[in-house]
Structures are given as structure tokens and as C-alpha cells.
Design a protein around this ligand. Structure first.
Ligand SMILES: Nc1ncnc2c1ncn2[C@@H]1O[C@H](COP(=O)(O)OP(=O)(O)OP(=O)(O)O)[C@@H](O)[C@H]1O
Ligand SMILES: [Mg+2]
Length: 272
């Protein structure tokens, strides 16, 4: 389904992603972990064609993604929706319009300029908001919503594209534990119920373990681990994060169910 072969991105002398290779046979929920600067975001950005790869190949269902140009590239970007840590909504625009923006790739410029959306698209947007439990906020400005609600609007916008793949770059890094859990539950449902592939960069080990079928560990641009959550032992995690013998899982772990512990861990992370 997805084949990544020697995917490489260099910024000058710095190699952000270094000959990354892996294959995915069926839609899965995949977590990518690794310390800051490991190349996680750069990988997602290459996959979505937000940035060009220096070398390598990425084939999705027979599509040679890195070679796509013009309308084919835009079609791919609509099949491969992206969710960001900072939500990237239009703050002053209402929630439904933000969600309808997900149809932008396949709409004409004029219709977009005048905010003209087909009635069936509006209905679909509302249905998606309902599915995510935030339809009551449909008419509010995006900026009036909590972070967790805004991230769910971003997920709704992604779903509006009816994507085959959902890429999420640290989707819960700015959220409190409760909202983090809701957003991860939504991403998991999108995978389970719709059969979409989800690839999420995650900054916490336990989130990757709890929600993903497969975890890819990156270190200095290389894939140094590719396996199941069960195979992701403390020793392996220590390797991925390049930590010493004093490595504690908590140092990279946000305990979703326990806000106090999370606050303590966050404080510890800041101190490091
Ligand atoms: N636009 C850019 N120009 C130059 N260097 C870049 C650019 N984007 C990323 N890099 C470099 O590439 C490397 C990988 O960065 P990337 O953002 O992919 O890491 P990351 O794993 O997502 O880290 P984080 O957990 O902090 O988000 C880093 O050394 C970074 O400085
Ligand atoms: Mg990143």
C-alpha cells in the first residue's frame, strides 16, 4: 500500500531524513517517535509534498508520490490530509467554514473567494462535526473554542477531504491530558471505522504504545526502530531517544489519565 525507499532530505550539510525505508501493507495507525530534530516533521512534510525530498521514493497505491505535479499533486494532497500541533484554523472564521475549507483542493477559485459551498457539502460538514461531538459549536468563530475543540475542527476539516491517509504532526502536543485523549480517540476511530491510514508524530511513548498498531522510531534522520508497541521496550526506547542508562520512560511520557503527573512530567521536560 505504501512503500518508502531511501527517502532523504538534506538542508545544506544537515541530513534531516537519512535514507528512510519501510513498507506498509494495509491501513494502520502508525506512530513516529524520536527526540526533537530526529526528522519526524520533515518526513510527514515530504509525504504530503509540503517539502521536496532530496532523494528517494515514496509510492502509495501505485502512485509515485514524489513525481506528482500540478493537479495530480493537489489531488494527492487532498488524499493525504495533514493535522498540525497548532491546528492551523482561520481563527476569525466560523467552524463550519473552516471545515468546508477542506474541500478547497477540488473547488474553483471564484466559488472559494465568495464562500459559495454546495448545500451537500455544508450538510456533510455538519455531519462530520456531529460525529466528532462538536456540532453545537458549528456557528462559532474557531478562536472561541478550546484547544481540544479546535483540534477536532481541524480533524473535521481533514475528514472533509475524505482522505486515504491522515498525517498528524504532534496533534496533542498543545493539549491538556483530557483533550489529548479525546483527540487520540478520534484519530483511532478514523482509522478503525473508516479504514484510513493514520501516521502521527507523537512526543510521548505511552501515547504511541496505547494507540498505535506500529511504531517507527527515528534518531538523527534514520529509522532505528520499526515494530509493534510490545516490541518497544524501555531498552529500545532508550536507544531511540539516545538517552543514557538513567533514562526514565516518564521523561518522554505524558500520562494521559493523570493531569497532576503530566504537569510534573511537563515541568521536568522543560527543566531538561
Ligand atoms: N526548513 C528547514 N531548513 C533547515 N533545516 C531544517 C528545516 N526544517 C527542519 N530542519 C532541520 O532538520 C532536522 C529535522 O527537523 P524536524 O523538524 O523534522 O525534526 P522533528 O523530529 O520533527 O523535531 P521536533 O520533535 O522538535 O518537532 C533538524 O535538524 C532541523 O533543524
Ligand atoms: Mg516536528
Amino acid at each position: 500500500m505504501l512503500t518508502v525507499e531511501n527517502l532523504t532530505k538534506r538542508f545544506g550539510a544537515n541530513t534531516a531524513v537519512d535514507r528512510a525505508s519501510f513498507t506498509v501493507e494495509r491501513p494502520m495507525m502508525i506512530g513516529i517517535i524520536g527526540r526533537s530534530g530526529a526528522g519526524k516533521s520533515t518526513f510527514l512534510r515530504m509525504m504530503n509534498r509540503l517539502t521536496d525530498a532530496t532523494e528517494g521514493k515514496l509510492v502509495f497505491e501505485g502512485r509515485d508520490v514524489l513525481q506528482l505535479k500540478g493537479s495530480e499533486k493537489r489531488l494527492w494532497q487532498s488524499d493525504c490530509a495533514m493535522i498540525f500541533q497548532q491546528f492551523n484554523l482561520v481563527p476569525r472564521m466560523d467552524v463550519v467554514s473552516n471545515v468546508l475549507h477542506g474541500t478547497l483542493a477540488r473547488r474553483g477559485t471564484l466559488a472559494t473567494m465568495f464562500n459559495l459551498y454546495p448545500r451537500e457539502d455544508i450538510h456533510r460538514a455538519i455531519d462530520i462535526l456531529e460525529r466528532l461531538g462538536i456540532a453545537a459549536h458549528a456557528a462559532k468563530r474557531a478562536e472561541a473554542l478550546s484547544g481540544g475543540q479546535q483540534q477536532r475542527v481541524a480533524i473535521a476539516r481533514a475528514l472533509m477531504q475524505d482522505p486515504k491517509v491522515v498525517l498528524a504532526d504532534e496533534p496533542i502536543a498543545s493539549l491538556d491530558p483530557m483533550n489529548a485523549q479525546l483527540v487520540m480517540d478520534d484519530l483511532r476511530r478514523i482509522h478503525d471505522e473508516d479504514g484510513r491510514m493514520v501516521i502521527a508524530n507523537l512526543h510521548t511513548l505511552d501515547t504511541a504504545r496505547r494507540y498505535c498498531d506500529r511504531v517507527i522510531g527515528m534518531r538523527a534522520g534514520r529509522i532505528v526502530f520499526d515494530g509493534t508497541p510490545a516490541q518497544l521496550t524501555t531498552g529500545v526506547a532508550r536507544d531511540i531517544y539516545g538517552a543514557g542508562a538513567d533514562f526514565s520512560e516518564n521523561a518522554t511520557s505524558t500520562e494521559i489519565r493523570d493531569p497532576v503527573a503530566t504537569a510534573v512530567i511537563r515541568a521536568a521536560e522543560v527543566a531538561v
